[in-house]
Design a binder for this molecule. Sequence first.
Ligand SMILES: [Mn+2]
Length: 270
Amino acid sequence: MRVFETDSLPRLEDERVAVCGDWHGNVSWLRSLTAAISAFTPGVTTILQLGDWWMDPTATDHLLLDAGIERVYVTLGNHEPWNVISPLLDAHPGVAIRVSEVTWLLPRPARLEIGGRKVLSLGGAASVDRRWRVEGRDWWLDEAITDDHVAAAIDSGEADIMLTHESPARTPVRSVREVLRTNPNGFPSDALIESAASRGRVSQVWDVARPMLLMHGHMHSPGGGRTDDGRRVASFGCDGQQSSLAFLDLNSLTLETPSLRQIREAAEGS
Ligand SMILES: [Mn+2]
């Protein structure tokens, strides 16, 4: 991946942005999403992508630009080409890295300001499907949220919005709690232990930053919830799932979520 430029503290005036769950390199899904963004919310120029991105950024530029998207900020997930990404992050520590005309990879952690809101991005997650992957080919240790990431994120103070790939521990999202309770995919127990530790790291930051809204992907289990002390969590769906796209109003922090059917109809009509 080529580095075009870097930015130490991205600051945007946008009053509304699109937020997307896992893409998994799925270009045809991205085509549907961009059609939906054009149809429902022309004028949106920014996408916040919540990880498991794994795209060829130069191959997606034209789709995004055609939909009026000028920038995609990626909060990295677990399923990413870390062999390519880690050297970039290491060479440009602590800054957002522009890897195509449109796409920026965020550091771990990252601070942004969007529409006057303080935004904290904390990438990474544990792969529960790691047993079926090969280290160095489609799995890398780099996916993990480290103690250093947690410490740096905590040091950066409070935030209005948190962007993560991983879910926090003790999530108020019922659908996510249900997946964790029932383990419907039969993931092995060692992976589940890693996964729980990873969620614990997100929560360490979440409990200090105390964002009014945390948005994450990873669980492929869309839903929303609110903690007893009023903090909202939105779990985004992945490619092809419902609630994989939402529009965030930075003023009210409300999310507007087109249905899967609306996305499909927009894609067919484009
Ligand atoms: Mn995923």
